[in-house]
Design a protein around this ligand. Structure first.
Ligand SMILES: *Cc1c(COP(=O)(O)O)cnc(C)c1O
Length: 220
């Protein structure tokens, strides 16, 4: 196959570097999280050998055994999926960063973890994320819980939207959040199809799956 994992990774890294230059930003400001959900541990190992260090997973029942199997890797694990309150504590045992904090019930004592508050940019409450108007009250609770380190905001651009507009909106929400949480300036946004727009609007954490891994096997 012409299009190997290494080729796809290199292609995405080049496109990221181009966007970073276009945005007049520093490459050091961007963390690329490679989303490996539904893929076997062997693919994570290959990516690690290619120099990837940050990996994203979205389901506890899949992530827990996979991450345990890969305990020998020099890796940072990011939880990006909807989080059930019952599973939140277990997830904190094995991830470094939770991108999907979106409810008061997830704010609890536990192992120290970096968190993003996820913002729902749609009108559909079943989508993950808090409504923009609820960001600040949740942020106050997070900051009062010593084991949680608030990094910033996370969002997914809605389907059939203009991602650049959506990411601009998240950047503006972040600017107002920073008035009460000056350190919470990180922005987790940008996926396979829209990472250039996200970089242009200030993304610090990209979550990129298929553009690097190829199509995902169906979940089991
Ligand atoms: C699956 C997933 C991604 C990666 O999506 P791709 O389109 O494969 O890059 C990013 N963020 C979240 C929240 C996801 O669930």
């Amino acid at each position: 196959m012409v299009d190997s994992l290494a080729d796809r990774l290199a292609g995405v890294q080049t496109a990221i570097a181009d966007a970073v230059r276009e945005a007049n930003r520093s490459p050091d400001d961007i963390t690329t999280v490679v989303v490996t959900k539904f893929h076997p541990a062997s693919l994570v190992r290959e990516l690690s050998q290619l120099g990837v260090r940050d990996f994203g997973e979205s389901r506890h029942q899949e992530a827990a055994p996979k991450i345990a199997e890969l305990a020998d890797l020099d890796a940072r694990w990011h939880f990006i999926g909807q989080l059930q309150s019952k599973k939140a504590r277990a997830v904190r045992e094995y991830v470094d960063v939770v991108h999907s904090l979106d409810r008061e019930s997830l704010v609890a004592e536990g192992p120290p973890v970096d968190v993003f508050i996820q913002v729902n940019l749609t009108e559909d409450p079943d989508r993950g994320g808090v409504s923009p108007s609820a960001i600040e009250s949740l942020a106050e609770l997070v900051m009062a819980e010593g084991s949680l380190n608030l990094l910033g905001l996370m969002a997914v651009a809605p389907l059939a939207s203009q991602p650049r507009r959506e990411f601009e909106r998240v950047r503006l929400l972040s600017e107002s959040l920073q008035r009460i949480a000056p350190a919470a300036s990180a922005l987790s946004m940008g996926m396979s199809g829209d990472f250039r727009d996200a970089i242009l609007e200030g993304a610090t954490h990209l979550r990129i799956g298929t553009a690097i891994t190829g199509n995902r096997p169906s979940p089991n």
